[in-house]
Design a protein around this ligand. Structure first.
Ligand SMILES: Cc1ncc(COP(=O)(O)O)c(C=O)c1O
Length: 410
């Protein structure tokens, strides 16, 4: 036990102290974890052996022989894949490999944001992005969504209101393709409109596209990046959802004038080389076959989750059947406060993400929760949802029927 007191030495403005990790909950529906059964372990082992045998000596140089933007064969794979699947025409020189798209968020924010700035975002959005804006002292204007993602009428009025106040937003942040947490996909016509509005107001778009490979029917609209005529879009993506999050490999695609301002902020002398090499070797041959298999597994888990919710919560749990991804965004009756459901659920072994942590409007998120279905097993999904229904009923009186049986209140 150390007795040295660091407290008086700490820099001002630090985030709150971290809590010690106590392991995963027995039934964990939190985080963006993936399906352990669909990590392509054998393929990664073979790729790692092959690439190390061939190029292992290049580990002697920072950045391998590829320079500061990351392992070139991986960037070349990405340039070809983004063209084929998202319509993005770019070269490997417009791609920067980063340590997960979380680092992409930090780098792009670092290049564009300063305290007091305003950004625009979907009102239901990724907690990691929300936390960053809060920490940076940036004002996030939330735009409501419907079943087709961000509403363009609401975006137009928000841009007009800001303009009247003399505020030019620093960017419109969007997760347009399998949105987190709603699972919506922004249709092509809305993408055209978003680009038109953004260009009209001189505001860039920050397109966070890490779920776009996880679509059940494999069909996605073109990326905003590919549709922009002005070049005012920054696109980020990740291998976390399509291969494995622990690899920590993501990427930024941006025109050189902005990428060249982002790159100097990446001060870690490059992301981990082994992860980049293994992906650069594995993906060209296997990515396209791996993803549909992963999606079939995810879809089955989603069905298990929706069935379990219907059985255990009945009409008390409302949700749309998402077209892809790893999350279900669930509305519970108004009496439920998911921030208050969180602790007793965890005490019973069930971890959930409370809605207010995923919304700019905390009141709107109050009775909502996000459930990740990718990582728990089918059995854990069923048992975890049954436990959650019990806890929710004990704490809030709903659902009043569980598995079609009217429960006496205890
Ligand atoms: C919308 C969104 N962006 C970025 C990330 C960060 O992912 P990673 O850093 O693993 O690429 C996530 C993770 O869940 C996410 O949901």
């Amino acid at each position: 036990m150390s007795s040295f007191d660091f407290a008086p030495l700490l820099a001002p403005g630090l985030p709150p102290a971290a809590a010690k990790w106590n392991g995963f909950a027995q039934y964990s529906f939190v985080g963006g974890n993936n399906d352990p059964d669909h990590v392509p372990v054998d393929g990664l082992i073979a790729a790692m052996a092959a690439v190390l045998q061939r190029e292992g000596a290049t580990l002697a140089t920072y950045g391998l022989n590829s320079g500061p933007q990351g392992y070139r064969p991986l960037r070349e794979f990405l340039a070809a894949k983004l063209k084929r699947t998202a319509g993005i025409v770019c070269t490997a020189d417009e791609i920067l490999i980063v340590s997960g798209s979380l680092q992409a968020l930090d780098l792009v924010n670092g290049a564009l944001l300063t305290r007091g700035d305003t950004i625009i975002t979907e009102a239901e959005t990724y907690q990691g992005s929300l936390n960053r804006w809060t920490r940076l002292g940036v004002n996030a204007v939330g735009i409501p969504l419907d079943r087709d993602g961000m509403r363009m009428d609401a975006l137009a009025s928000a841009l007009d209101v800001l303009k009247r106040r003399g505020v030019r937003a620093k960017y419109v942040y969007t997760v347009p393709t399998v949105q987190n947490p709603t699972g919506t996909i922004l249709p092509e016509a809305r993408r055209v409109e978003m680009l038109r509005l953004a260009e009209q107001h001189g505001v860039p778009i920050f397109e966070d596209d890490c779920y776009s490979d996880l679509i059940w029917d494999g069909r996605r609209p073109p990326a905003l990046y590919s549709m922009s005529k002005s070049g005012g879009v920054i696109h980020i993506g990740s291998f976390s959802k399509s291969i494995a999050p622990a690899l920590r490999v993501g990427y930024i695609v941006a025109p050189w004038p902005i990428l060249s301002r982002v790159l100097p902020l990446k001060t870690d002398a490059g992301s981990g080389a082994l992860e980049q090499m293994v992906l650069g070797e594995y993906c060209p041959q296997h990515f396209d076959a791996h993803v549909p298999e992963l999606n079939r597994g995810l879809r089955k888990k989603l069905e298990t989750l929706m069935d379990a919710l219907n059985e255990q919560f009945g009409t008390a749990a409302e949700f749309d059947d998402p077209k892809g991804g790893i999350f279900l965004w669930v509305k519970l009756p108004d009496v439920v406060d998911t921030m208050k459901l969180y602790q007793p659920a965890l005490a019973a072994g069930v971890a959930i993400n409370p809605g207010p942590e995923w919304t700019t409007d905390k009141g709107y998120g109050r009775s909502r929760m996000r459930l990740c279905f990718a990582s728990p097993s089918h059995e854990a999904i069923r048992a975890g949802v049954a436990k959650l229904a019990e806890v929710c009923r004990r704490e809030f009186g709903v659902p009043d029927r569980i598995a079609n049986v009217q429960r006496a209140r205890v």
